[in-house]
Structures are given as C-alpha cells and as structure tokens.
Design a binder for this molecule. Structure first.
Ligand code: NAD
Ligand code: UFG
Length: 339
C-alpha cells in the first residue's frame, strides 16, 4: 500500500515506518518536527535499505495534505501527528485543541476530497479515565482527565460520527497503553525533550548517570508492592500492531482496539528489571503520589488478536534491554549524530 504517515518522525511513528517498509509498503511522511527528528527517518532508511519521502509540513495545512495525498497516490493514512505532553495541555489547551483536533479535521477533509478513506488513528488508554474495572476492555466508559485526553476523545467521537455518516470509511482507532523500549538495533528510540515525565526514559537516564535518582510517585497504592502498575508495551510490538491494523482495513469497517499486553508491572518491577539488564543500580526514593495517577491500568488485549491477528510478543526484559541499548548508544538522542 502507498501510505501517508503523519508524525512519522516521532517515537512510535519512526518504529512503525521501519516495520511498514519491511512489509513492502511505500511511505510518505509528513511531520513539522515540533517533537520529531528528521535524523530518525534517515536512520529508518538506512536500517531498511528503502527510501522514505519526507515532507516538512503541518497537518493543519489542508492544501498541503490534499496535494500530498493526490500527488503521491496515497491509499491510506496512519495518523500519529499530535501533541502529547499532558502538563502542556493543561497550561495551554488552545494549542492542543488547535494542533490535535483542528489538525485532524483538516487531514480528514483532505482525505475526503481525495477519496482516501482508510485511516489508523493513534488514540490512547487515557480515554478510559480512571479504570472502573480491570483489565480494561474496549467497552469501558470513556472519560478524559485532562485536555490532552479530551482531544483524543473528541477525535474518536468525530471518527465514529464520520463512519456512521459514510461506511465507505475504514477506521481503526488504536488505544495504546504504555509504549516503551526501542528498536533492537539501538539506532532509533525515544528522544524526550528536557526532563522525562514518563517512567522508562527517566529510569534509563538514572542508569546512565545523567540523573541522580528516580522519584517513585506513591508507595501506598493497593498493588503488590504499593507502587503504581501499568501495561508496558514494546514499541516494536506496537509498530507491528499498526501494520496489522492497516492491512485489516482493506476489509473496511470501524474498530476501537486496545494495544496492550494484558500484563501489569509495578514501578519497582521496572526498576529491578532495568537494574538486571543494565547491571547498574537505580537509586530511588518513594515520594507523594502524583496527582491524577491511577493505581493500576492494564488492557484486555484480546480484541486486537480477534480483529487484526496481533498480539504483543516482547517481554519486560526485552523492553528494558532495547531501551538501555538506545540510551547507551545515543545519550544525546538524535543530536548524537555519530551513533
Ligand atoms: P511523538 O511526539 O514522538 O510523535 C509525534 C510526531 O508528530 C512528532 O514527530 C511531531 O513532530 C509530529 N507533529 C505534531 N504535531 C504535528 C502537526 N501539527 N503537523 C505535523 N506533525 C506534527 O509522540 P509519540 O509518542 O510517537 O506518539 C504518537 C501518537 O501516539 C501521538 O498522537 C500520541 O498522542 C499518541 N500516544 C502516545 C503515547 C505515548 O506514551 N508515547 C501513548 C498513547 C498515545
Ligand atoms: N512514575 C514514577 N516516577 C516517574 C515517572 C513515573 O513513579 O518519574 C510512575 C507513575 O506514577 C506511574 C508509572 O510510573 O505509576 C507510569 O508513569 P508514566 O508517566 O510513564 O505513564 P502514565 O501511565 O502515567 O501515562 C502514559 C502517558 C499518557 C497515556 C498513558 C496511557 O504519559 O499520556 O500512558 O497510554 F495516556
């Protein structure tokens, strides 16, 4: 398939591009590089031995989206582009709604105008709000806890309405749980700006001596060891989930599907696993809970297997080992051009 990938220079997008190329798909990536790196796509090309057409541009630019879809003969879109820092969404909701919601509307209008009606959308487990039951199934009630989550919910609603209005659209909304890890080559991975807010990149920087200690947000949750539990997913498993989802769109239909492993690990499980693979101590201190955090959140991933034949295959040690390799080889992320 010829696929337009929005946000393909980002963390999940770059890994997905590599898997798509390996399966013989042809790619055009559009990214405004507000959080992505052109170098990531250069490395994807070198790893795959295949070319990627990269266009610097914004999904809000409908004329650009239209011309890309038309001129490149795209048959489907995988839509990663979006802002994702929850804290920024609270302080600057306008930017989030404009970028994520308006950007998606402009992309969908361009798709309609070009008669390209297959789309895979990056949603998030955040749309479930505080879990009412575990594991989370796709029929769990939806509720946003912050403006970032609201943008994901609004886009999901829009896509549901679009499909109801015209069932010639084929839509997959993928609700990711916690993506971690990196490609096994150590050449592409997550390159967070500033101090990481997510657990795994923070642990990796502590292991590498760039940060003194991990602060564990809360040790009194009703979990095995009192620390928060999450469903961590190897990013390459997620990437393979996108390949399976886009190929399944050939048959049409609309789906809302969890991409998770179904297994929950606590923060202390993550610390111990990372210590094991890195051979480095991870000093930590247990502090107050982080406001808004759930004690536990993990997926029922069975629908993804039914719909797309996809299941996560990589375990916790592999997630940590690959994340650690990326961190060691690229301590300055993509700014370290020697890697
Ligand atoms: P990322 O920030 O690494 O990638 C997003 C990419 O989109 C970046 O390359 C950025 O430059 C680009 N972008 C943003 N706005 C754009 C615009 N208006 N026009 C063109 N390009 C634009 O993030 P990621 O972790 O790879 O996440 C990809 C998608 O998955 C996002 O939509 C995110 O909300 C969603 N998601 C991520 C997680 C996670 O924990 N990483 C969890 C659930 C959902
Ligand atoms: N944690 C710490 N210390 C840290 C960072 C995190 O103890 O420095 C703990 C958190 O309290 C939580 C767990 O590690 O228990 C995971 O936290 P993350 O911030 O890595 O991930 P979240 O589950 O909070 O959220 C992530 C994304 C959201 C997304 C959600 C579900 O940041 O945007 O996964 O996909 F919605």
């Amino acid at each position: 398939m010829r696929i337009l990938v929005t946000g393909g220079a980002g963390y999940i997008g770059s890994h997905t591009c590599l898997e798509l190329l390996a399966c013989g798909h042809e790619l055009v990536v559009v990214d405004n590089f507000c959080n992505g790196h052109e170098e990531a796509l250069g490395r994807v090309e070198r790893l795959s031995g295949k070319p990627v057409t990269v266009v610097e541009g914004d999904i809000q630019d409908r004329a650009l989206m239209t011309s890309l879809l038309r001129e490149k003969g795209s048959e489907a879109v995988i839509h990663f582009a979006g802002l994702k820092a929850v804290g920024d969404s609270v302080s600057d909701p306008l930017s989030f709604y404009t970028n994520n919601v308006f950007g998606t509307i402009s992309l969908l209008e361009a798709m309609r105008d070009c008669d390209v009606r297959k789309i895979v959308f990056s949603s998030s487990a955040t749309v479930y709000g505080d879990p009412r039951w575990l594991p989370i199934t796709e029929n769990h009630p939806l509720r946003a806890k912050n403006p970032y989550g609201t943008t994901k919910l609004v886009i999901e609603d829009l896509l549901r309405d679009l499909y109801r209005s015209d069932s010639s659209w084929a839509i997959a909304m993928l609700r990711y749980f916690n993506p971690v890890g990196a490609h096994e080559s150590g050449r592409i991975g997550e390159d967070p700006k500033g101090v990481p807010t997510n657990l795994m990149p923070f642990i990796a920087q502590v292991a590498n001596g760039r940060r003194d200690e991990l602060r564990i947000w809360g040790g009194d949750y009703p979990t095995r060891d009192g620390t928060g539990e999450r469903d961590y997913n190897h990013v390459v498993d997620l990437a393979e989930g996108h390949v399976a989802a886009i190929e399944a769109l050939e048959a049409g239909g609309m789906s809302e599907v969890n991409l998770g492993t179904g297994t929950a690990y606590t923060v202390l499980d993550m610390v111990r696993a990372f210590e094991e693979v890195s051979g480095r101590p991870i000093p930590y201190k247990i502090v107050e809970r982080r406001p808004g955090d759930a004690a536990s959140c993990f997926a029922d991933p069975s629908l993804a297997e039914q719909r797309f034949g996809w299941r996560a295959r990589r375990g916790l040690l592999e997630m940590c080992r690959d994340h650690w390799r990326w961190e060691q080889q690229n301590p300055d992320g993509y700014r370290d051009r020697s890697a």
